[in-house]
Design a protein around this ligand. Structure first.
Ligand code: T6T
Length: 325
């Protein structure tokens, strides 16, 4: 079924062919500034580059080596200083602290599309932040709900579970935590939730934190890792404790490492986001806007593939495992 947002996206792209041809693709230069170096954003970059090639536009990419405002802002400022970018596709690493720096991009004449994460409350139509022309990413609250139901059902509604996450005030993982906690409270009231602990997007820290929680909670039955490095670190800690299968791990993001942990009996569910789609659609929206399309949707949710042992070899699901090249 075509979701309303996808129908809007299709309409925007259909309009692309009849919109003003005055702006040549060669005149459109796009900046791409993701959150950090990791497999999720590497797949997103593949989508950005595929769309750029298909549409004949140039993309300038720079990726922060670590997660944080102090790493992303200097790169943003340098992109603005170039003076030749007309669009910026970016994943703001803090939903509040990146508002002012990105407003400066808009003030310099650069239009902003956020991918994967959003500013403010993510409602760019009527919310507190309306300057981005679109948000393209997952419905992360729903993703957290899916993770909670997967874990809650696997545990038959009993036991203690732990959330290992990255940083506060990041819209994506914050939504996942929110959805997970909401479903555990309303649908699995006998399950005790510990956390979230914040690992600052450092998988070694995630591993150490999870090992400590395992040590302190003999009744631990499940772990939710809210992103690539959280799930990888937590899963490794469970595996190193010899608790694969006894402690179920749900991984947000379907990296090769998460799938390896699944094949080793540690990860029971991996939620694959669609970063390639996010990147591809964001470039299409930038070009559509440049061509005069005025119906670019303010929000597009790209959906999930829920990967489990039962379907991990099914191409309809394994196609969403993050292949970075
Ligand atoms: O989970 C993704 C992304 O959705 C999130 O915003 C930050 O972490 C990842 O990049 C994975 O590392």
């Amino acid at each position: 079924m075509l979701r309303a947002s996808h129908a809007l996206a299709a309409a925007a792209l259909a309009a692309l062919s009849i919109a003003s041809p005055s702006v040549l693709a060669a005149d459109i230069k796009i900046g791409f500034l993701p959150g950090v170096v990791d497999p999720f954003y590497q797949v997103m970059q593949l989508g950005v580059e595929a769309a750029a090639k298909d549409l004949g536009v140039e993309v300038v990419t720079q990726v922060p080596p670590t997660w944080g405002v102090e790493a992303q802002t200097p790169i943003l400022d340098a992109m603005i200083a170039r003076g030749d970018l007309s669009y910026l596709i970016t994943a703001p690493v803090d939903k509040d602290q990146m508002i002012a720096p990105l407003q400066q991009a808009v003030d310099a004449g650069i239009k902003v599309i956020t991918v994967d994460t959003f500013l403010g409350d993510g409602n760019y139509a009527t919310g507190p932040v309306t300057f981005p022309i679109s948000y393209v990413g997952s419905d992360n609250v729903e993703g957290g709900r899916i993770a909670a139901r997967g874990l809650g059902n696997a545990l038959a509604g009993k036991g203690t579970v732990y959330i290992n996450s990255t940083n506060p005030n990041v819209s994506s993982v914050e939504g996942r935590e929110q959805g997970f906690i909401e479903v555990m409270a309303t649908e699995f009231p006998e399950i005790k939730v510990i956390g979230p602990d914040y690992n600052l997007d450092d998988l070694n820290k995630a591993q150490q934190q999870t090992a400590a929680v395992i040590e302190q909670n003999p009744d631990l039955k499940g772990v939710f890792g809210t992103n690539v490095f959280s799930a990888q670190g937590a899963g490794t800690a469970v595996q190193n404790a010899g608790l694969g299968g006894a402690v179920q791990v749900v991984a947000y993001d379907a990296t090769k490492d998460a799938i390896e942990l699944m094949n080793n009996g540690v990860v029971s569910m991996a939620l694959a986001q669609k970063p390639f789609d996010m990147g591809y659609l964001a470039v299409e929206f930038a070009v559509a806007d440049a061509k005069g399309v005025t119906s670019v949707p303010r929000r597009v949710e790209t959906g999930f593939a829920i990967i489990e042992k039962s379907n991990v070899t099914d191409p309809n699901f394994s196609r969403f495992i993050y292949q970075t090249k």
